[in-house]
Design a protein around this ligand. Sequence first.
Ligand code: BES
Ligand code: MN
Ligand code: ZN
Length: 497
Amino acid sequence: MEFNVKSGNPEKQRSACVVIGVFESRKLSQAGEQIDSVSEGYLSNLLRRGDMEGKLGKVLLLHNVPNTLSDRVLLIGCGKERDFSDKHYQTVIAKAITTLNETGSMEAVCFLSELNVKGRDTHWKVRHAVEATQDTLYAFEEFKSKSDAARRPVRRLVFNVTTRKDLAIGEKAIIEGLAISKGAHKARDLANLPPNIANPGYLAEQAKILAIANDKIECKILDEVELKEMGMGAFTAVTQGSENSGKLIILKYNGADSEQKPIVLVGKGITFDSGGISLKPGERMDEMKYDMGGAAGVFGSFVAVTEMALTVNLVVVIAAAENMPSGNSCRPGDIVTTLSGQTVEILNTDAEGRLVLCDALTYVERFDPDVVIDVATLTGACVVALGDQATGLLSNHNPLAHELLNAGELCGDRAWRLPLWDEYQHQLDSNFADMSNLGGKGAGTITAACFLSRYTKKYHWAHLDIAGTAWKSGKQKGATGRPVPLLTQYILNRSNG
Ligand code: BES
Ligand code: MN
Ligand code: ZN
């Protein structure tokens, strides 16, 4: 897909299609007014006749509108003008793309990017138009024998901006939008892959490929034997029951001076979570292939950041393992020693995410991080608390928490903070070890984060629980690519200021 920006008149576009917004009720956008006036009221006549009301997401495709140079004019309903929000903007862009795809316009000039979205500037509108387009066009068809792709898909889109001085802004926004989409796309692909393919070894191979193509990227892989020798007793307790060896995957991007402390992202990469000996019930167990959503998210963010060649130092660490039951699996009651030296009584082998993460979080101390953000599909409780809208955020550092919340608001990939008060810590008490891996009845997301907080005392840290946001269930089952936009926005903000 190719994107451009332009500043021109809608009636003068020699294009397969010009895309125009119409608000409720029957109110043409500015570009619509312009076409209406050159066409001697062609559009307003149609609206008056009742062909289109302007309801959100409704469309009307016109051919040969008088005195215009394009083959088609596509009218898109935008809802009430004063309700026109971020979300509505994304909805109308998506609707425009699917309609163009279905109606054979292989290129188009889109004037939706000129519409007023409350509090959003040209940069935001163009970037999000690119992201919404790429999001809409995403398909995961690797394992389908027949593709149901459009016969004449859109290949080139031009977004119109109001003034010529906005052109440079728009071009930068396209670059960012493409990079974030590429990262989100990679995250979705990795997560959607079946667990018999996307296993720890596969993730490691994918990381190596990134390092070959870019000399600012280094990649290191540690396998199960090395992890055991190093003293990662919690990580290896999880992976010991699987035929496929667990891996710690380390990706480094040296984009800034070597004195600059790195941003470190840590991803939970359980490529299949059966629960282990504390076996999960069968219903929807296939969705536990998405238990590497954190790994996919940090991997995708790494792709986006390196694609934009941002001047930051970034380290991504992925704790990749399967959680399987076998004769060699860890048992409820086992006590293990973590890399930090603290001991853990494993009361439930299904609380495995915190076990692999705690050792990875100790491991990253060696990078002298500026901040550490871990990303994990960690608790079912987070889905109960926040559903599929907000990612759970817990942090030991208020400024970092606020920067993440703000980044999420800006890019539409939002998080919501939960408390990490000391008063919750006692829920992890064990009679036999320094702590248990189970937090008891209430506040499952918080106690999971409390567990991790015992391994993150040496740096500023935030935890993102993406259990509700990393994928969709049901008919539209599939990975979302979250939180690639959130993390990339955070890093973008950091690299600009
Ligand atoms: N990967 C799951 C969390 C999960 C479950 C995410 C369902 C999304 C949907 C995690 O490893 C897990 O099993 N957590 C347990 C923890 C419990 C045993 C303390 C949970 O949430 O039930
Ligand atoms: Mn589990
Ligand atoms: Zn899990």
